[in-house]
Design a protein around this ligand. Structure first.
Ligand code: ADP
Ligand code: MG
Length: 482
């Protein structure tokens, strides 16, 4: 692709971003790539069929309009789905000791991508029995779709989770894996367990297995180690949807090898994989590059902070749940408003607050009042944590400030108008995030850590002398911390 095309594409993306807003943009368009521009038609690609059909249904006109603003001759946008490499299993040398069981597990796939017959799921038992028998982690009966409150922060994650839960056996999978990431207490586990409950309780006979990463490591893998390859196949055969929570805790090379096999086997067989973690795939530093890219290959969705409205909704749903067992319990509207305004941190504290009010009003046999609420939840009000800044944000803000594209920053081009912004961005990445030099290098188009170090030192030296640059850097920091 030529530089002019690249620039044009950056501008089209800029238009799209301002037209749909940052939230929608990052949900749906962040991973849209330009493939080709040919006379009147433009070919774009996205990583999943789900994104493709959603964009076609909701944003086709908008995308075309944004192109036409840059290139009036364009009359047609073709949207295709990029294919994704399998997750290459880390090699023996890098992987350390490997469990011997699962090498032959990768099942045959038919040319149409459907699971080969022998991997179709078979016998079915009632929900929890199945779940237990497969070694699943315990489920909390309260964490269902019914009690999940939808808001701006989680609309897309919820839609995708629903889609997974409503799938039927043998349906082709719309995106795989579904990867949901968010900070602590923002509803990942709730959504994952909701998928598990819903998936297992439908009329369709499907098996959804929910595992925490720890359980995967110590339970599932341990069981596999003691059994044969055949047993591993058997276990996999029974699973339609594998749900893994808190993937960031998955440690150790040999576990990763198992994870990789499992991922490949299930995805190749058309089975759904759902993952939650506290960071995007690219930030899973302990993971092999190829595993990361496979994880990024399906639908990656971030859930944002709970806004006040969402917090209020969660509180109400918690009160309603508590009322089911304690009919006399009630929390007046002003108290709910107060809680939603003051407990901004996360969903766990909201739950904790309601539990305390319930306990207090039961023990003292007294109704909930604002005074009492203020006293009871004092310690749940935490100072706002400083915002976690991401390398992508730095790249985006720097690119905007210097009027270059993000791909310029990652490219190997060495013209002065790109080299300086790139160095500034690396410098900010080092000073505003906890990422290591090699990690930063990797995120800047696979550069060596010495290049990053050089950039950091260079900018450090310059800002102490160059007032204009120092002001630019300060302004960038402010924009990022806003
Ligand atoms: P995470 O796994 O992301 O750390 P959890 O799923 O454990 O967070 O959520 C923490 C608490 O907040 C749970 O009690 C959960 O039910 C509640 N919660 C979070 N988001 C929502 C939501 N959208 N609707 C209802 N409850 C929520
Ligand atoms: Mg969780």
């Amino acid at each position: 692709m030529t530089n002019t095309e690249q620039d044009r594409w950056s501008r089209v993306k800029g238009r799209l971003r301002s037209s749909v807003g940052e939230d929608v943009y990052s949900s749906w368009f962040a991973r849209m790539d330009l493939e080709t521009v040919q006379e009147q038609s433009v070919r774009l690609s996205v990583p999943t069929r789900f994104l493709k059909s959603w964009i076609q249904a909701h944003y086709a006109e908008r995308v075309l309009t944004c192109w036409q603003a840059e290139m009036p001759e364009v009359h047609r946008i073709d949207l295709t789905v990029r294919t994704c490499a399998r997750c290459a299993v880390p090699t023996q040398e890098t992987a350390g000791p490997v469990v011997k069981t699962s090498h032959d597990v990768v099942p045959p796939v038919r040319s149409d991508g459907r699971p080969a017959p022998e991997l179709r799921a078979t016998a079915i038992a009632p929900v929890s029995a199945t779940h237990d028998a497969l070694g699943g982690s315990p489920l909390d009966p309260r964490l269902t779709f019914g009690s999940f409150v939808i808001g701006r922060a989680n609309t897309l994650a919820h839609a995708a989770a629903r889609q997974v839960a409503e799938g039927r056996r043998g349906d082709s999978v719309m995106f795989n894996p579904l990867y949901i990431h968010a900070g602590v207490g923002l509803g990942k586990t709730h959504l994952l367990q909701a998928i598990t409950w819903a998936g297992n309780s439908g009329t369709e006979e499907r098996k959804v297995l929910y595992l925490t990463a720890e359980k995967f490591m110590y339970g599932f893998v341990a069981a596999l180690k003691t059994q044969t390859a055949l047993a591993f196949k058997e276990a996999l055969r029974g699973i339609d949807v594998l749900v893994i929570d808190d993937l960031q805790f998955l440690q150790g090379k040999s576990t990763q090898v198992e994870f990789c096999h499992t991922l490949n086997a299930l995805i190749d067989a058309g089975r759904q994989v759902v993952i939650a973690a506290d960071r995007p795939p690219s930030d899973l530093e302990l993971f092999d590059d190829r595993v990361r890219s496979r994880l990024a290959c399906g639908l990656v969705v971030e859930m944002g902070n709970l806004g006040e409205e969402l917090r209020l909704g969660i509180l109400k749903s918690r009160v309603a749940a508590a009322k089911a067992h304690h009919a006399s319990f009630d929390v007046p509207e002003p108290v709910l408003d107060y809680l939603a305004r003051t407990i901004v941190h996360n969903g766990r504290d909201l739950e904790g607050a309601i539990n305390r009010l319930l306990a207090h009003s039961k023990l003292n046999n007294a109704p909930v009042t604002l005074d009492m609420a203020e006293r009871e939840i004092r310690d749940l009000i935490r100072p706002q944590e400083p915002k976690r800044i991401k390398i992508e944000d730095i790249q985006r803000v720097v690119a905007r400030q210097y009027n270059v594209s993000r791909s310029d920053l990652l490219s190997s081009r060495r013209t002065a108008n790109i080299v300086r912004p790139r160095q500034v961005a690396m410098y900010l990445a080092k000073t505003l995030t906890l990422r290591s030099l090699p990690e930063i290098g990797r995120r800047f188009g696979g550069r060596d850590h010495t290049t990053v170090l050089h950039a950091v030192r260079k900018i450090e030296a310059l800002v102490s002398k160059d007032v204009a640059l120092s002001e630019e850097v300060e302004s960038l920091k402010r924009q990022l911390q806003e």
